[in-house]
Design a protein around this ligand. Sequence first.
Ligand code: FES
Length: 165
Amino acid sequence: MKTEERRDFLIRSMQGIGFVMCTGTLASLLQSCEMNEDSLNPDITTFPFDIDLSKPEYSSLAVIGGAVYANNPDGNNGNDIIIIRLEQDRFLTVTSICTHQGCSVNLPSSDKPTLFCPCHFAEFSPLTGEVLVQPKLGTASTLPVFRNEFDKSGNKLTVYLPGNG
Ligand code: FES
């Protein structure tokens, strides 16, 4: 329930039962709603990483299915991300770090069209980052996917990375 809805609910409830409350008590009750709301919805900070797709290092992304590594030391703990062009206006952006034991995952290739981890042979979907093949020992989980926005007119991709820490 949103803060405003909870406020309205509390006010209606108190009116309905003829409850008379001093202003100070009501204020503290409403304030506690706001505090609860904050703790339920922590402010998740992400780091916007702007990528100019017209730069030569991103030329592979000019075609659908193209994939590259990219890096910004201020986000994703300085680890590479993988960008794959899924459609003309749609990209998958995931971490390159394998969720099994932290090796770097390979880009899709003609030999191996998945995101393949050479350490223990896990494979991840190049469409979603989901596990397609588990490692030889143990388990991996879906590669963290980062939200992105594509500015078609500027040929710019903004990837929202988790910060460092
Ligand atoms: S670290 Fe990737 S499969 Fe083990």
